[in-house]
Design a protein around this ligand. Structure first.
Ligand code: G3H
Ligand code: 13P
Ligand code: NA
Ligand code: ZN
Length: 328
C-alpha cells in the first residue's frame, strides 16, 4: 500500500534501520527497485525529481507507481517528490498523489542560489501546513550540499548551488537545525555533511575531514525525533566505474560515500538515504557492456533488461546493508 514518509521512517527509527530512497525516471528503474524490495522484503521510497517529471511526465510516473503498488500489494511504498523548488511545486505533487514532498528551501526557487535562513523557514513552514492537512509528509533541507574539498556543489546541470560555497554553508549547524525543526514542523531533515550530487563527490576515499559523519551525531543529539536524510549518498562503486571504462566510457577518478559511512550515519539518526547516481552508473555501464559484447543485438528490450538487472543488484545490496531488509 501507499504510505507517508513519516510512518515509514518512524518504523525505521523504532527498529534502527535506514531506507534507501531511489530516484525513478522510467519503468525499468521502478521494476528494478520493486523486484529488489520484493526479494528482500523491504519497504520502499520511490522519489521523483523535477527532471523525472519532465522526462516521463507526471501522469506516467503516477500510473507506473500505481502499477508497482498493484503488483506488490504487501510492500509499503512512499512516493516522494525530490527537491521541490517552491510551495507551488509541492502543492502540485500533493494533488498528484505523492505521499511525501521535499521543500528544498536551502536554495532559492532557481535551485542555484543559496537562500537565507528566513526564506527557508517561510517556504518550508508553508508546505508543512498544506501537506500535513492532507496527511502528506515533508522533508526540508538546511545547509548546502557541496564538497568540503572544493566548495563546489557538484552537478553542473542538476540541483545545486552555483559558485563556491563557504565552509560554514557546507555543514548544517546543529543549533540552527533544532530551531528550524521547531519553526517548521518538518518530518525529515536533509543535512549538509560534505556530500554532493552526481558522480564526482570526492577526489580520494573520504575521511572524516571531508565526510562529516560526526556532524550527523551532533545534529541527532539536538533533534533526536527528526529523521535525518542523506542526499548525494551514492557510493559510486569502483567495480561499475571499471566496467563503464572497459566498454568505452569516459569517467575520471572519483569516489562516493562508502556504504560503511552510511551505516555509521544510520546509527545516528539517518533514516532516508538518497541514491540516484549509482543506478545511473550501473544501468549505463550494463548497456555499454552488452552493446560491445553483442554487436549484433538490436532488440532494445535486451539492453533495458541488462540495465534493470544491474540496478536491481545495487538496490538489493543497499536494502541489505542499511538493514531495511525484512521490515516490509
Ligand atoms: O537531486 C538530484 C537527483 O539526482 C535528481 O537528478 O534532477 O537529473 O533528475 P535530476
Ligand atoms: P546521488 O547523486 O549521490 O545519487 O544523490 C541523489 C540525491 O541526493 C537525490 O536527491
Ligand atoms: Na528528497
Ligand atoms: Zn538530493
Amino acid at each position: 500500500p501507499m504510505i507517508a514518509l513519516r510512518q515509514l521512517l518512524d518504523h525505521a527509527a523504532e527498529h534502527g534501520y535506514g531506507v534507501p530512497a531511489f530516484n525513478i525516471n522510467n519503468m525499468e528503474q521502478i521494476q528494478a527497485i520493486m523486484a529488489a524490495a520484493h526479494a528482500t522484503d523491504s519497504p520502499v521510497i520511490l522519489q521523483a525529481s523535477a527532471g523525472a517529471r519532465g522526462y516521463a511526465g507526471e501522469a506516467y510516473l503516477r500510473k507506473m507507481v500505481e502499477a508497482a503498488a498493484e503488483q506488490h500489494p504487501h510492500l509499503p511504498i512512499c512516493l516522494h517528490q525530490d527537491h521541490g523548488a517552491s510551495p507551488a511545486v509541492c502543492q502540485q505533487s500533493i494533488r498528484s498523489g505523492f505521499t511525501s514532498v521535499m521543500m528544498d528551501g536551502s536554495l532559492r526557487d532557481d535551485m542555484k542560489t543559496p537562500a537565507s535562513y528566513a526564506y527557508n523557514v517561510e517556504v518550508t513552514q508553508k508546505v508543512v501546513e498544506m501537506a500535513h492537512a492532507v496527511g502528506v509528509s515533508v522533508e526540508g533541507e538546511l545547509g548546502c550540499l557541496g564538497s568540503l574539498e572544493t566548495g563546489q556543489a557538484g552537478e553542473e546541470d542538476g540541483v545545486g548551488a552555483e559558485g563556491t560555497l563557504a565552509h560554514d554553508q557546507l555543514l548544517t549547524d546543529p543549533a540552527e537545525a533544532a530551531d528550524f525543526v521547531a519553526a517548521t514542523g518538518v518530518d525529515a531533515l536533509a543535512v549538509a555533511i560534505g556530500t554532493s550530487h552526481g558522480a564526482y563527490k570526492f577526489t580520494r576515499p573520504p575521511t572524516g575531514d571531508i565526510l562529516a559523519i560526526d556532524r550527523i551525531r551532533a545534529i541527532h543529539q539536538r533533534i533526536p525525533d527528526t529523521h535525518l536524510v542523506m542526499h548525494g549518498a551514492s557510493s559510486v562503486p569502483q567495480e561499475w566505474l571499471a566496467i563503464f571504462r572497459e566498454y568505452g566510457g569516459d569517467i575520471g577518478e572519483t569516489y562516493g560515500v562508502p556504504v560503511e559511512a552510511i551505516v555509521e550515519g544510520i546509527k545516528s539518526g539517518v533514516r532516508k538515504i538518497n541514491i540516484d547516481t549509482d543506478l545511473r552508473l550501473a544501468m549505463s555501464s550494463a548497456i555499454r557492456r552488452l552493446a560491445v559484447e553483442n554487436t549484433r543485438e538490436f532488440d532494445p528490450r535486451k539492453f533495458f533488461k541488462a540495465a534493470r538487472d544491474a540496478a536491481r543488484q545495487i538496490c538489493e545490496s543497499r536494502f541489505e546493508a542499511f538493514g531495511t531488509a525484512g521490515h516490509a
